[in-house]
Design a protein around this ligand. Structure first.
Ligand code: HEC
Ligand code: HEC
Ligand code: HEC
Ligand code: HEC
Ligand code: HEC
Length: 465
């Protein structure tokens, strides 16, 4: 018995013949054994907890592969020192090496496969560095893309972007550990993969086609929260219905380039339209062409308009209007719009305090100004307070200095400059053309903050839906 055991263990003793080799054997074995303990959890897919994820997918593989690398180093050093121990039986030593290498390859490839899989998950991106990504994570889970993982837009297909993202990931881990990252994380992302390579994995610009009806409810800050409806017919285009918005910038044979010296891409002094090989340059009246031409150039893609396709943050007025339309805040509460805007815009140190103060102040307002109603509509007031607190928590993250408007959405032109960065009728070409600002170019304005617009009645869309 003792003999068999010593024969079995002999190769290990040989590999561990100096301290580096011993450390290697120790680390590899403990990494492997610990990993075997984690195996049942892994197979049940329960490693979604970010900390467990870091342990199973980063620390254990680190120990395992680190140990594995030390073994040959130890062996090589021993050889150089002329202390290469000779195995008693070369054949059993070779079998041992063969079996352990196969086992290591199996464990190693499972590690790598699961680790890559895990690093693509929304949990990994959003929760591993909890505070840093919290704003994007929270916003993402409430967006049309909540089922699209972060990496599908941020990395996309193909090995080269995967490697690039892992390299920048290492830099980011250092920034987090050393606390040198910017708060908020700056936008736009200057090294983002060109959006057409990622978005077009799922969206097909030639296919958007039809016009789309948008109805936007607004409430005034008066006692009755007077409601108005804006109705727009968006000429999305790109398909059979003419070039429209998509076709004008991304259609067949069209490319739009622009230059800006502004990190945030908010002022755009120089725009070039390339259409079927012909180029036309539009320059803002406030800029000088020669100077603008020295600025960095970018070709327009999806994210120049869809700056917030996934993690969209709201402004207080917009979020409140939306909730008043959907019943999260009852429009029957007098002055509720005005109160809500004031309460959301005030500053609070953290979400617990925000929830407490918003609730207390809203209740106090009705108790003080409308005591009868405060008693009759307790449920409505409570619900409004809850809704307001959740809007705040969804959009404001003091730990990351993310507050209202930190991340502009450039899809329109009312809250942020958006389309009007170029479409301001002030960018003129040598031929005397300007980039259009006509109100019916991009959408047909069917109603603007109107009470009960006829167009909605005609479509059978009256009432708060
Ligand atoms: C539908 C595509 C899409 C998905 C899904 C997505 N993002 Fe983004 N993200 C973008 C785009 C586009 C930008 C850049 C906006 C710009 O450059 O103006 C961005 C920017 C960011 C930024 C920079 C700061 C900011 O908000 O602009 C962070 C951080 C970020 N994303 C994290 C995440 C995380 C974490 C997830 C998953 C929870 C995620 N993203 C999912 C498209 C996406
Ligand atoms: C992995 C697939 C996938 C990728 C990648 C993707 N999207 Fe989407 N996107 C979707 C799906 C699915 C929907 C529809 C969600 C729904 O209707 O509930 C959607 C919806 C949208 C919408 C409509 C949102 C609305 O309010 O109705 C826009 C705009 C959009 N995506 C833009 C983008 C942009 C820009 C990118 C690249 C930065 C992108 N998408 C990348 C799958 C994807
Ligand atoms: C010039 C600005 C601009 C560019 C560039 C742009 N979009 Fe859009 N897109 C819009 C506008 C505006 C809408 C309409 C939004 C609305 O209805 O509220 C829209 C709507 C959409 C929708 C929703 C379509 C529907 O029928 O509901 C999707 C999906 C979309 N875009 C994806 C993309 C993708 C993918 C790209 C890049 C290939 C892209 N967009 C490039 C401005 C743009
Ligand atoms: C970087 C500059 C730039 C931005 C930002 C931009 N556009 Fe454009 N757009 C152009 C240029 C250049 C043209 C072509 C010149 C023209 O036709 O007036 C154009 C043309 C158009 C056209 C076709 C006009 C026509 O007369 O047929 C539509 C529609 C349009 N854009 C919509 C939008 C919308 C909607 C947005 C915002 C979501 C937007 N654009 C943002 C540069 C821009
Ligand atoms: C270059 C394209 C473009 C031009 C020109 C344009 N708009 Fe818009 N407009 C948009 C887009 C895009 C939206 C955003 C739709 C959305 O919310 O998805 C919008 C939204 C709006 C809204 C709704 C605002 C809200 O509360 O969300 C109003 C009102 C409006 N436009 C009025 C006008 C008027 C008035 C003009 C003429 C001065 C005009 N627009 C010219 C592209 C344009």
């Amino acid at each position: 018995m003792k003999q068999i055991l010593s024969r079995l263990l002999e190769p290990i003793a040989l590999l561990a013949s100096n301290w580096i080799g011993s450390l290697g054997v120790l680390l590899t074995t403990s990494g492997g054994v610990l990993w075997l303990f984690m195996l049942p959890t892994l197979l049940r897919g329960e490693a979604d907890n970010p900390y467990l994820g870091i342990l199973t997918f980063m620390i254990l593989p680190g120990i395992f592969f680190g140990g594995l690398a030390l073994i040959p180093i130890g062996w090589w050093l021993a050889r150089r020192g002329g202390r290469v121990p000779q195995p008693r039986s070369l054949r059993s030593f070779a079998i041992f090496l063969g079996v352990t290498t196969a086992a290591n390859l199996l464990i190693g490839s499972l590690f790598t496969y699961r680790a890559i899989h895990h690093m693509e998950s929304v949990q990994f991106c959003g929760q591993t560095c909890h505070t840093v990504m919290e704003p994007e994570f929270v916003a993402h889970s409430n967006s049309p893309h909540s089922r699209v993982s972060c990496t599908e837009c941020h990395i996309g297909e193909g090995a080269s972007w995967f490697v690039k993202s892992k390299l920048s990931g290492v830099r980011q881990v250092f920034a987090v550990v050393l606390n040198t990252y910017s708060k908020p994380i700056p936008t736009p992302v200057h090294n983002l993969r060109p959006a057409r390579e990622t978005c077009e994995q799922c969206h097909w610009p030639q296919k958007y086609g039809a016009d789309r009806l948008r109805r936007i409810a607004t409430y005034a800050e008066d006692e009755t929260n007077t409601r108005g409806d804006t109705v727009l017919l968006m000429h999305i285009g790109g398909g059979g219905s003419g070039p429209g918005i998509h076709g004008a910038h991304l259609g067949e044979g069209v490319a739009i380039h622009y230059r800006t010296g502004d990190e945030k891409r908010l002022t755009i002094p120089w725009v070039e339209l390339e259409k079927n090989g012909k180029k036309e340059v539009f320059v803002a009246s406030t800029a000088k062409a020669e100077e603008a031409e020295k600025l960095e150039m970018r070709t327009m893609d999806c994210v120049d308009c869809h700056t917030r396709p996934s993690h969209t943050f709201d402004l207080p007025e917009r979020a409140i209007n939306w909730q008043m339309d959907r019943g999260g805040i009852s429009p029957a509460l007098p002055f509720v719009k005005k109160q809500a805007v004031e309460l959301l815009k005030a500053s609070y140190p953290n979400s617990a305090e925000a929830t407490r103060q918003i609730t207390d102040k809203l209740k106090a307002f009705y108790k003080d100004k409308y005591p009868e109603l405060a008693k009759a509509k307790v449920a409505d007031i409570d619900k409004a307070a809850d809704t307001l607190a959740s809007i705040w928590k969804r959009n404001v993250f003091p730990a990351m200095n993310v507050t209202w408007g930190a991340y502009p959405n450039q899809i329109g032109h009312t809250d942020f400059p958006g389309c009007f960065r170029c479409h301001d009728a002030d960018h003129t070409s040598k031929a005397g053309n300007t980039i259009q600002q006509d109100c019916n170019t991009c959408h047909k304005l069917l109603a603007m903050e109107e009470a009960n617009p006829k167009v909605l009645a005609d479509l059978g869309l009256t009432g708060g839906q």
